[in-house]
Design a protein around this ligand. Structure first.
Ligand SMILES: [Fe+2]
Length: 164
């Protein structure tokens, strides 16, 4: 058993171990924010009320569905870099930069919370670019670019709901 374990070659994808760890940590923070944002959006889909019910209920569903698919891509990139992906509410609460919303806000407050959470997730993704670029980690750069595009566009759409 010991022998077989010792023969498993170390990961060598051309990114050194310290960079892989730093990128995996940054992706774990992104996964935690993404999960928190996902859950907030699904929660608001369930609990939104008011004259904009139909629009917001549908819009939130589109957003949480997209967000849900992205979680898997982020977690599996962490695994490909050689690290365990966080997967418990405890870890997500510790790693996330987004605060949970207590109670059931009014519809316009829900939209405000989502704008802030979308932008916070974009900042978490953007912060990771320098080390990813330095390490030549194109798959992570590609993933971050896709996530940034979605979060910035969604933040704009949500923000537009609040404008007169
Ligand atoms: Fe539903």
């Amino acid at each position: 058993m010991e022998n077989r374990k010792a023969k498993l070659p170390a990961i060598d994808i051309g990114i050194d171990a310290a960079d892989r760890e730093q990128i995996a940590n940054g992706l774990s923070a992104l996964l935690a924010d993404s999960y928190t944002l996902y859950l907030m959006t699904h929660n608001f889909h369930w609990n939104v009320t008011g004259p904009q019910f139909n629009t917001l209920h549908q819009m939130f569903m589109t957003q949480y569905s997209e967000q849900w698919s992205a979680l898997d891509l982020i977690a599996e990139r962490i695994r490909a870099l050689g690290f365990p992906a966080p997967g418990t509410y405890g870890e997500f609460a510790r790693l996330a930069s987004i605060e949970e919303v207590k109670g059931v806000p009014k519809a316009s407050e829900m939209v405000r919370h989502l704008v802030a959470a979308q932008e916070a997730t974009a900042r978490t993704a953007r912060k990771l670019f320098p080390v990813v670029e330095k390490a030549g980690d194109q798959p992570t750069a590609d993933l971050l670019t896709q996530r940034l595009e979605v979060h910035e566009k969604t933040a704009w759409m949500l923000r537009s709901l609040l404008e007169e």
